[in-house]
Ligand binder design. Structure first.
Ligand code: MRU
Length: 370
């Protein structure tokens, strides 16, 4: 592994927090500037959150949801929205969360959190018909603010379930070589991470020989973000080109591929960063278990299968340019989907959630109603 170039700052000693929230102000780490610059920026409301998400300054399905939820909490705290009418408040919350949800259509977490909050608010109104708008507002704020801590706790559970599952399949006390894609760590969540949470948990038990981290074209979440997080954590990590993944699986003794999810359909088909599907095909060919690690809020019982998941297509220039420099001829046709769908039958290791590791066909039973 090569040493960082002199222009790359040493990884910070404090954990990388994607979102900072103190109940009064909301700030996010601008991920477009990493790894060369660590800059936190302020968000005042749902429109600001939606703009940061659309610009990919905050990315990763759980981090997107948290930024949106906390921006709406701030709006509610600041007295925005209808006064005196509980039902109108529910509609206001839905409209504000919808701004963030629509900024990137594939990740389902904002939509799922909206449904959960609406359900809670309606249940409070049913149980206590005399509940005031002010009381409902306070409870909605508390619900939204609690999500930051809940995300870290869920990630830790995902990490320990996944680590146990993988460790049980290793020979004796041997250490695992893992392969992951995109960034699913602290930067993509409130902290710790999902697929990288599994890596972290295994590493804390001394069971990681090496993580192979794909660069993740075209946005380079692997090269810019995962590499930074893993350097910071001291996890032995090797950066590879996306196109080296199949060869790496065959030649570097990979024990498991672990990725995140933006949306898991009812049948377990999973949308994740473009390139995930090819990794699953390569893993199956080589008999390597393929895991998806995600919180239950990534499971969408409303879409029956992967074909119904909307796939975001990003601007052409993300492929025709590299850091502002043109690399493809003008006039070339471009297809730039941000995500692809991995069919559930390729998810051979299992789907790792905060409630345990499930086969795709077990999800409906395991997560239905949660
Ligand atoms: O386009 P991105 O960077 O938002 O894509 C992120 C991913 O695909 C992640 O794997 C997914 O959101 C899970 S992050 C815990």
């Amino acid at each position: 592994m090569s040493t960082p170039s002199p222009t790359t700052p040493a990884p910070p000693r404090s954990p990388l927090h994607s979102i900072l929230y103190d109940g009064v102000s909301l700030r996010y780490l601008n991920q477009r500037l990493l790894p060369t610059e660590l800059r936190y920026q302020t968000v005042l409301d749902a429109d600001g959150a939606a703009a940061a998400v659309a610009a990919m300054e905050v990315r990763g399905a759980p981090a997107i949801a948290l930024l949106g939820c906390l921006a709406v909490a701030l709006e509610l705290k600041g007295g925005r929205g209808p006064r005196g009418d509980p039902e109108a408040l529910v509609e206001f919350v839905e409209e504000r969360m919808g701004r963030v949800r629509d900024a990137r259509p594939t990740a389902v977490n904002v939509g799922r959190e909206t449904e959960r909050l609406k359900g809670e608010m309606r249940a409070w109104m049913d149980r206590e018909p005399a509940v005031s708008e002010g009381e409902l507002r306070d409870r909605a704020i508390a619900h939204l603010e609690a999500l930051l801590q809940k995300d870290v706790e869920d990630n830790r559970r995902i990490g320990s379930h996944g680590a146990r599952h993988i460790a049980q399949r290793l020979q004796g006390g041997s250490r695992a070589t893992l392969l992951s894609h995109c960034n699913t760590g602290s930067l993509a969540t409130a902290g710790y991470g999902t697929a990288l949470g599994v890596v972290r948990a295994l590493h804390s038990e001394g069971r990681v020989a090496r993580l192979l981290c794909t660069e993740t074209r075209p946005f380079l979440q692997g090269a810019r973000l995962t590499a930074l997080e893993m350097l910071h954590e001291g996890v032995p990590t090797t950066l590879i080109a996306d196109s080296a993944a199949a060869a790496a699986i065959r030649e570097r003794g990979v024990h498991a591929v672990v990725v995140g999810a933006d949306r898991i359909a009812a049948n377990g088909d999973t949308a994740n960063k473009i390139g995930t599907y090819s990794l699953a095909v390569a893993a199956l060919h080589h008999g390597v278990p393929f895991y998806v690690a995600a919180p239950s809020s990534s499971w969408d019982p409303n879409v029956p299968n992967g074909a119904s998941i909307p796939i975001e297509e990003r601007p052409e220039r993300e492929l025709t340019e590299l850091q502002g420099v043109r690399v493809a001829p003008h006039g070339i046709d471009v297809w730039n989907p941000a995500f692809d769908v991995t069919p559930h039958e390729l998810i051979t290791g299992g789907i790792v959630t905060e409630f345990g590791v499930f086969r795709p066909e077990e999800l409906r039973h395991a997560l239905g109603g949660r």
